[in-house]
Write a protein that binds this ligand. Structure first.
Ligand SMILES: Cc1cc2nc3c(=O)[nH]c(=O)nc-3n(C[C@H](O)[C@H](O)[C@H](O)COP(=O)(O)OP(=O)(O)OC[C@H]3O[C@@H](n4cnc5c(N)ncnc54)[C@H](O)[C@@H]3O)c2cc1C
Length: 644
């Protein structure tokens, strides 16, 4: 059947604009960055590959807001929780960004409320529940004593942010993918001068000159796992967020860290798992659901000290003598002192004769806890509203009567082979200073693009922070002219697959990269495998990239994504080569350097590219100093403005 591309063909045409602050990526972090800069009266442009009203991980919703340590019910300080996160990760964490998140997260929620997002139980749906503060109508999650994580109506957030962008006059370019950064040499220092983008419907180029730029394009995906028949189901995060921000950063010389970290597959990868939060489990959204085994026997919860808990209420409280527990932000192997109540480990359950499959049985939970899981958390969380809450309900699922089965070894929604990896939890990303500025002048980063990033509150808080630092810098700088040679090289690069009539499709290249990564950069790593893998990736670069072809601007954008996946895979392999010992917190092992966590290697390794050469840096843990002191030194203006 003949089909006609429904949009104008504008390939080869261009629009040029300029602004004070340019934001790339209109997810949670990007929207808040744009708002912070626009509130200071600056001209702001936001470039978004999808439609900012619903784009990004938070577009379809989320159910909890982590680490709002300054909310009125909180019994912990930002410093306590930020330091716990760092300690919990054995130092491999982003102290600066975690502190910003813990300190400013509540300010961003108040902003959100003023934009029209829903953060309180205004209809008194949960009046009297243990997790509700009846005065403020705030709902808490996980640790009900310390109350620093809030349950929120995340599906209302992105549309509210989009309205605020319009109200503040931010110029939003939807359906425009950023493809490359523009730079100049200023007094011997590399300086950002803006970015280039392409309309993914028409192919028109957008060239933006900016005084300061914020990168907020999330993190890489589809590196180890890709299914050509189910591309939309290949990742937990939205399919258009595949790490192009990392790839363009790499090309420009941006410094990264922790890129050697990857975990064995967690969620949604390559269509193999059941829908996240749609299978019986007791994590995150489903915390602390009652679980039963195949015979209907209840599976016990134990606290940090291994004490079997007798009531559901105790699942939400720290152990006797424990100040607080970390839950919701921590995946697997929590350190003893931060561990919250959990069901017994799978192996222990097997030893004790429990029978699989297991099920989540909400019918055995108190009414409020059942209702807040099924109907609020499942419904507001990520992709649950339609696929899980609506579809299951329409098909007759009733949480008062029915159970949901678990898959994999116990609680996951699937099980993966060790070489089937993902960047999940708090993976590597852009390295930065206390302004969230990269090593390139005029270039900032926020949200999931930062190293060891995590969660919506983190994205909102770091986005706003980066936006206000970029705005402050823009007030003191002038606009530089873009480099015309860079522009023409970039145009040639991005249009090449469009003008090639027959060739390799992006899905084929994605399949090949994923296979190479599983073979040469799986759970088992050593120098021979990694260097072999790197030469295979180089051969793709030299032989397959010049053969890529596509039919329309949409497919062209998909092709760019896979070219970027190739670049990111290279960064990961190079970073893996640099770490010459195992590191537990990075889920990193090498057979040729079997020692784990030797003290001399316990630090960040940074990686960047300059003129094609890969450059390593070594940075000690704690390079950011005392979190509270250093933050307050740099943010008196914000503190005096009362968190605006
Ligand atoms: C299913 C799911 C459930 C989650 N639940 C929770 C939760 O309950 N609580 C919580 O705290 N966190 C949750 N998270 C995590 C949280 O949503 C993210 O950490 C957060 O939204 C990240 O925000 P961000 O702005 O950094 O990235 P994103 O929100 O992903 O935004 C990145 C944006 O960049 C755009 N983009 C990508 N590439 C380009 C390009 N080349 N040019 C232009 N634009 C580009 C994308 O379209 C996207 O809009 C969840 C995530 C998922 C996927």
């Amino acid at each position: 059947m003949e089909y006609k591309w429904p949009y104008k063909n504008e390939t080869g045409t261009e629009e040029r604009i300029s602004c004070d602050v340019l934001v790339l990526g209109g997810g949670m972090a990007g929207c808040y960055a744009a708002i912070a800069a626009a509130r200071r009266g600056l001209s702001v442009v936001l470039m978004e590959k999808g439609a900012a009203v619903r784009s990004g991980s938070a577009g379809s919703g989320f159910d909890h807001w982590e680490t709002a340590c300054t909310n009125p019910g909180s019994r912990v300080t930002p410093k306590e929780i930020a330091e716990a996160f760092i300690d919990e990760q054995g130092g491999y964490s982003n102290g600066i960004a975690q502190y910003i998140c813990c300190r400013e997260g509540w300010d961003r929620l108040l902003d959100m409320e003023s934009f029209g997002g829903k953060i309180r139980d205004t209809e008194d749906q949960f009046a009297g529940a243990d997790f509700r503060d009846d005065e403020t109508k705030l709902l808490y999650a996980y640790d009900y004593r310390n109350r620093y994580t809030l349950r929120v109506w995340g599906t209302t957030f992105k549309p509210a942010l989009r309205r605020e962008l319009s109200r503040l006059g931010v110029k939003v370019y939807d359906y425009t993918e950023a493809t490359g950064l523009l730079t100049a040499d200023v007094n011997g220092r590399k300086t950002n001068t803006g970015a280039m983008g392409m309309n993914v419907r028409t192919g028109k180029m957008l060239i933006v000159s900016a005084k300061e730029t914020v990168l907020a394009m999330s993190r890489p995906a589809r590196i180890w796992l890709f299914d050509a028949d189910l591309p939309g189901l290949c990742e937990f995060r939205p399919p258009q967020s595949i790490g192009s921000g990392h790839a363009m950063g790499w090309r420009a010389g941006v410094e990264f860290t922790m890129m050697e970290k990857s975990v064995s597959g967690e969620f949604s990868a390559a269509g193999r798992s059941y829908p996240p939060y749609g299978a019986g489990n007791n994590h995150n959204t489903w915390y602390a659901a009652t679980m039963v085994d195949a015979r209907g026997v209840e599976i016990p919860y134990v606290d940090r000290d291994g004490r079997i808990l007798k009531t559901v209420k105790e699942r939400y409280l720290p152990a006797p003598g424990q100040k607080f527990f970390l839950k919701g932000g921590v995946i697997d192997e929590a350190k003893y002192e931060y561990r919250g109540p959990e069901t017994m480990p799978f192996d222990e359950l097997m030893k004790r004769g429990y029978k699989t499959p297991f099920y989540a049985d909400l019918s055995r939970m108190p009414e409020m806890e059942r209702k807040v899981i099924w109907g609020m958390m499942v419904g507001e969380e990520g992709k649950t509203r339609v696929p899980v809450l609506q579809n299951y309900t329409e098909r007759g699922f009733d949480p008062e009567k029915h159970m949901l089965q678990s898959y994999g070894t116990g609680w996951k929604s699937a099980s993966f082979l060790a070489q089937e990896r993902q960047l999940f939890g708090a993976p590597g990303g852009i390295f930065h200073d206390w302004d969230l500025k990269t090593n390139i002048d005029g270039l900032y980063a926020a949200g999931d693009q930062l190293f060891a990033s995590d969660c919506a509150g983190f994205a909102a808080a770091t986005g706003y922070y980066a936006g206000r630092k970029a705005a402050a810098a823009a007030e003191k700088t002038g606009l530089l002219s873009p480099d015309e040679t860079q522009i023409s090289i970039e145009k040639e690069r991005i249009y090449a697959p469009f003008f090639r009539e027959h060739g390799v499709h992006w899905k084929e290249l994605n399949m090949a990269i994923a296979k190479a990564m599983r073979n040469y950069c799986g759970a088992v790593k050593n120098e021979e495998l990694l260097s072999e893998g790197l030469s295979l990736l180089s051969s793709y670069e030299e032989e397959i990239v010049p053969e890529l072809s596509c039919d329309n601007p949409h497919d062209l954008a998909r092709t760019h994504e896979v070219m970027d996946i190739l670049t990111v895979s290279r960064i990961i392999m190079e970073a893996c080569r640099m770490r010459k010992s195992g590191a537990k917190a990075l889920y990193f092992e090498r057979t040729d350097y079997p020692e784990t966590d030797p003290p001399e290697d316990a630090h960040f390794i940074t990686i960047r590219q300059e003129d094609g050469a890969v450059i390593r840096g070594d940075v000690p843990f704690g390079y950011y100093g005392d979190l509270e002191e250093e933050y307050e030194k740099r943010n008196q203006d914000y503190i005096k403005r009362g968190g605006k």
